[in-house]
Design a binder for this molecule. Sequence first.
Ligand SMILES: Nc1ncnc2c1ncn2[C@@H]1O[C@H](COP(=O)(O)OP(=O)(O)O)[C@@H](O)[C@H]1O
Ligand SMILES: [Mg+2]
Length: 378
Amino acid sequence: MSSVFKDAIDQFLYPIKEHLDDPGVSEIMINGPKEIFVEKKGLVYKTDSQFHNEEALLAAMRAIAQSIGRRIDKDNPRLDGFLPDGSRIAVVLPPMARNGTTVAIRKFSKEKLTLNDLISFGSLSKEAARFLDICIYLSKNIIVSGGTGSGKTTMLNVLGSRIPKTQRLLIIEDSAELQVKAEHVVNFVTRKADAERGISEVSIRELVLSAMRLRPDRIIVGEVRGEEALDLIQVMNTGHDGSMGTVHANNPVDACTRLETLCLMGDTKIPPDAVRKMVASAMQLVVQCTRMHDGGRRTSHISEILGIDKNGNYICRDIFRWVQTGKDPETGKYIGEMVPCNYIPTFFDDIIVNKLPFPKSNFLAPDWYNQKIKGEAA
Ligand SMILES: Nc1ncnc2c1ncn2[C@@H]1O[C@H](COP(=O)(O)OP(=O)(O)O)[C@@H](O)[C@H]1O
Ligand SMILES: [Mg+2]
């Protein structure tokens, strides 16, 4: 960013500077000039910070929009974009935003979490992590599903970094969020249209089509949220096994339904039933990320998608689940663990054939969990 813009933005944003500079703050939420919340360690707090008035806040947003070649005004009352440091910003102006100019800034953190971090935070068990490693080694197609801020991108980054070195990855995203550690990676980012400067849009969908011609072993789509879903599903069904993406959904079956809906958004000539079958056969594993009420982000499910039953519903079997067993009375944090669900994945033979060290017993639930589900069933 040119320093002119930087100085202007610094000046306009001084009311929230301390939060921008605080590495412990992951998100800043502005609900009109007088109400500013921040997220720290997964929990949201109200701050004392305030903008002087609506005009000051609006001026700050204008300066930000300008610095990234966009506008925000009466005719363009919404802004979704990325700041030069990779932080994500979303703005809605009044009168649509009834609180006054409403903003969320998701700060970009350079420190990416690793698989070991997820294990030490209790988001993932060691066995589940090893199982995911094996699924990646076996080139299973994986969809990471979750709500906003549930840890999807983080999970995809971790999973992508486990891909065997010899393979060529093509990564496609809206902003350069993923930092997959691998040897042979090609990164693509989309471009937004800017009519004034005569710049045309380059969409995820177009980049997926190009990626397919660039000899990928695997394609990773950062966030699937439009017609590109159909292309990704086709990629997965046509020999680029081990492809991955994230989707916004609340549970593994929802993730399938969501992808199906997105596939049908384009003017596809494929009938809905056929699309459903394609989705079901493309998806092999769903890793569900959940941001729980205690602020903790956990891998709530790792599930296998088996196809469609005779009523046309997705068949989904949980392999691992995160189960809450209590709550810390002092911190309010949930206590719990990830347990296997007594389900042996259909590709268990691949694990044996490849001599991967993952015994069948790792899929068996501990006694306490068996007692618990017995109790719940009774
Ligand atoms: N398992 C986790 N434990 C703690 N923090 C996490 C975990 N996963 C992600 N985070 C943090 O949560 C925030 C949102 O994560 P992100 O992966 O961007 O979510 P999403 O892509 O679902 O919107 C980031 O600040 C990230 O570092
Ligand atoms: Mg994300």
